[in-house]
Structures are given as C-alpha cells and as structure tokens.
Design a protein around this ligand. Structure first.
Ligand SMILES: [Zn+2]
Ligand SMILES: [Zn+2]
Length: 228
C-alpha cells in the first residue's frame, strides 16, 4: 500500500535533494510534461487554450458521459516511465509522488468535492497477476488527503479487455462496452472516477454511462496523466 511519509526525500529522477516532502527536485519538477492547456471535459492536451473554456472538437461532437476531467501531466517522457514502473514493476513510490502532484492540482482546481471516490477496477485475473490495482492505490491516497470515502468494490470489471491503445475507435468502443457492472446500488450522486492514465477516454466514458444510469448526476475523472 502507498503511504505518505514525512522525510526529506531525494529526487527519483536525478537523486538531487527533493522539494519539501516530495521525491522530486525543483528542476525535474519544472521539467515535467505539464498538461497546462487541456480540454476541460476530457483533459486531452490542446495546442492553445480554447476561448470561453470550450471543450475540444471531439467532446463537442460527442459529449462524454463524464462532466469534467483533471490530469495534471501529459503521458510522455519521464512521466510515462514513472507510470509504467508504478503499474508494472511494483514501484509504488512513483505512484505516491505522482499522486501528490495530482492532489495538489485537485486542491487548486476543485470547487465542490465529490461524495465518493471510485477507482477504475482491474479484471480479477490481471489483479492476481499484478498483485495490486494502481488506480486503487492512487484513490486511497486521495481519499485520505481530502477525507472522501472510497468504494473499491462498487465497480467490477467482468471482461478482461484488450489494451485500448492497440485498437481503432470502433474496436475500442466494442472492446470496452459492457465490460463493467455495478455490484450494488450507488450511494452518491457526485462521484470522482480515478484512473492512472486516460488514454482514449473510452474506459472512463463507459463506466460513466453505467454510473449515470445508476443515479450519478456529476462525474469527474481524475487521472495522473493524459495521453497526448
Ligand atoms: Zn531531480
Ligand atoms: Zn475533450
């Protein structure tokens, strides 16, 4: 399990002295691929800020079932390396650092906090393989920091879907459709859905459709990073 410890850590990228209670130094922090200009709806990186806080063309054409997405970083360079080691090599300390960055971003941007945090579930076979669900690790830290309950058994992934990034749009939708179920009635109207990386947005869109059918009125997607 991830834990936030009060130590003076060293930078995970260059071993210089870290910033206050963070395992990254000022230089590496500033050099991270920040997702500054992004779609307010799907967090997709944009070349420039669109006027009037408009959503990207894709979201305008086909509004997703979630209401807003926040992802402070772009999934590239050092961030892609850190996330992949967090996900596949058990480097939970990398997840801890990236979650601190996400949490600070949320603290700066959220006006109204959700009632419940739901991590995107892994299929039980993949969970057994990996030993942990990276999205649940992120959710736990966020829940603790902001005092929001987490429900990690609310959603179940009952199909072990192929990797979304390997598929085209039509295949992605088909691949993810009906991959999730609600295991019990939803006890909240305002929900934050946690994923480590939002790649195509299809996974969180599919879960959001399910949650809205189950009574959710507002859904925010919080992710460590967004694929450009
Ligand atoms: Zn550094
Ligand atoms: Zn968008």
């Amino acid at each position: 399990m991830l834990s936030s410890r009060l130590v003076t850590p060293h930078c995970m990228l260059c071993d210089a002295e870290g910033m206050l209670n963070m395992a990254i130094c000022h230089g590496c922090f500033n050099d991270l691929p920040w997702n500054l200009e992004s779609c307010p709806c799907c967090a997709s990186p944009l070349p420039t800020h669109l006027p009037n806080n408009n959503c990207c063309g894709k979201c305008q054409k086909r509004p997703p079932a979630f209401d807003r997405s926040l992802a402070p970083l772009r999934y590239e360079g050092e961030v892609a390396l850190l996330i992949s080691a967090f996900k596949f090599k058990g480097k939970l300390e990398y997840g801890c650092l990236l979650t601190q960055i996400l949490a600070d971003h949320l603290a700066d941007n959220i006006e109204e906090w959700p009632q419940l945090i739901l991590p995107v579930p892994l299929h039980k076979h993949r969970l057994r393989e990996r030993g942990y669900n990276q999205s649940l690790e992120v959710a736990r830290l966020l829940g603790k920091r902001f005092g929001i309950p987490i429900e990690y058994q609310q959603l179940q992934r009952h199909r072990n879907t192929a990797h979304q990034s390997d598929l085209n749009y039509a295949a992605r939708r088909k691949n993810i459709r009906n991959a999730f179920t609600l295991t019990k009635p939803l006890n909240a109207t305002s929900v934050a859905l946690i994923d480590d990386v939002v790649t195509t947005g299809e996974t969180v869109a599919e879960i959001s459709r399910l949650l809205k059918k189950g009574g959710a009125q507002r859904i925010e997607v919080w992710a460590l990073a967004r694929t450009p």
